[in-house]
Write a protein that binds this ligand. Structure first.
Ligand SMILES: O=C(COP(=O)(O)O)[C@@H](O)[C@H](O)[C@H](O)[C@H](O)COP(=O)(O)O
Ligand SMILES: [Mn+2]
Ligand SMILES: [Mn+2]
Length: 345
């Protein structure tokens, strides 16, 4: 699956990030999102692959592009056998978030990215448009911290695994009312909290890299983003667990469904009967081969944002492959017109 796809998907996330970055700081989150979706879809449809979107734009709002179930790639065409080789004809599943952190882009804040994950058919958990309680941590703590334990217990374990005092740990938490008790508990335990407005995919993956000063992600974010984070964490060997949250009273932002009962019924209809199951990274991204790609839109812990200059732009991306066991940071200069100068760094 991987050979040329790994290279082509870099351009997919690069193009989405560049399109969105043009709207950075303009206060237009919907446009920043829409242009990323269009650019991602356009580039994706030029790839020799037979893809199907399993996590995409707006499960419930009839999104016109990159919606769940949409087929993407040249090899989805009826006469594909005429121009696609057998490898390219293998069905693959794709999870996308063309603009992860739309508010961050609209308000010029750090941490947004264009991101996707790919696996063979059935290799990514088709998460419903629900919330997910998440716990991410570095590889040293994999299988030792546990989402069922309290934050206090996990911080103690994390400190031991990382050979750090609890006061030397930084936990990323999304700034939401639902996290007020969690934030207090982390601070009372002695650790430091980095509050983010949005963008928990980047925060989760940052845990896998030392040097980011991010030692854990705790709290409740969106479930689709949980699967994308898990895909990267699975390849990187980091710890990731997720548990679906279906009770609007827990989430507090009120964006999921009408009632807890209706949400449980919806999960059951989707075939999810063990509604409180804790999924680990290998269950959320279970495919034999998993690919992940992201490009920074605004600057973040992992990647620079898109930088525009006369005649072009520069992007930084991260491409991770379970097959080649690589995490590549790709720095690209895009020459649109003839730039007057190309800066080395
Ligand atoms: O920041 C996020 C928003 O993603 P997007 O809509 O693609 O810009 C995600 O990182 C979060 O995981 C999540 O969507 C967020 O936690 C939703 O929670 P809330 O704002 O409380 O409804
Ligand atoms: Mn998102
Ligand atoms: Mn998004």
């Amino acid at each position: 699956m991987e050979s040329t796809l790994g290279l082509e998907i870099i351009e997919v996330v690069e193009q989405a990030a560049i399109a969105s970055a043009r709207w950075m700081g303009k206060g237009e989150k919907n446009i920043a999102d829409q242009v990323a979706v269009e650019a991602m879809r356009e580039r994706m449809n030029k790839i020799h692959m037979r893809g199907r979107i399993v996590i995409g734009e707006g499960e419930r709002d009839d999104a016109p592009m990159l919606y769940i179930g949409e087929e993407v790639g040249i090899c989805t065409q009826p006469n594909a056998t005429d121009f696609c080789n057998p490898d390219e004809l293998l069905e693959i599943d794709i999870a996308v978030d063309p603009c992860e952190g739309t508010n961050l882009v609209a308000y010029g804040q750090n941490g947004s990215m264009a991101v996707l994950a790919i696996s063979e058919k059935g290799g990514l958990f088709a998460a419903p448009d629900f919330y997910m309680k998440k716990l991410a941590a570095p590889a040293q703590a994999k299988g030792k911290v546990d989402i069922n334990k309290s934050a206090t217990e996990n911080l103690k374990i994390l400190g031991e695994c990382l050979d750090r005092g609890i006061d030397e740990l930084v936990v990323v938490v999304m700034k939401r009312d639902r996290h007020n008790d969690l934030i207090k508990e982390i601070r009372d335990a002695g650790a430091r909290v980095k509050l983010i407005a949005d963008g928990d995919v980047g925060a989760a993956i940052s845990c896998a890299f030392s040097g980011t000063n991010t030692h854990a992600l705790m709290g409740i974010g969106a479930a689709p983003e949980g699967v994308i984070s898990a895909a990267a964490m699975r390849c990187l060997g980091g710890h990731f667990q997720g548990q679906l949250i279906y009770d609007p009273a827990v989430v507090k932002t009120g964006l999921i469904g009408e009632s807890k009962e209706a949400n449980i019924a919806r999960l059951n209809e989707m075939g999810i009967t063990d509604i409180d199951k804790v999924y680990d990274a290998h269950e959320l991204a279970s495919g034999e081969t998993v690919l992940f790609a992201a490009t920074g839109i605004t600057p973040g812990e992992l990647m620079e944002g898109v930088r525009f200059f006369h005649g072009g732009m520069r992007t930084q991306s991260l491409v991770i492959s379970s097959q080649s066991k690589t995490a590549r940071f790709v720095d690209t200069i895009h020459m649109v017109d003839q730039p007057k100068a190309l800066q080395l760094h």
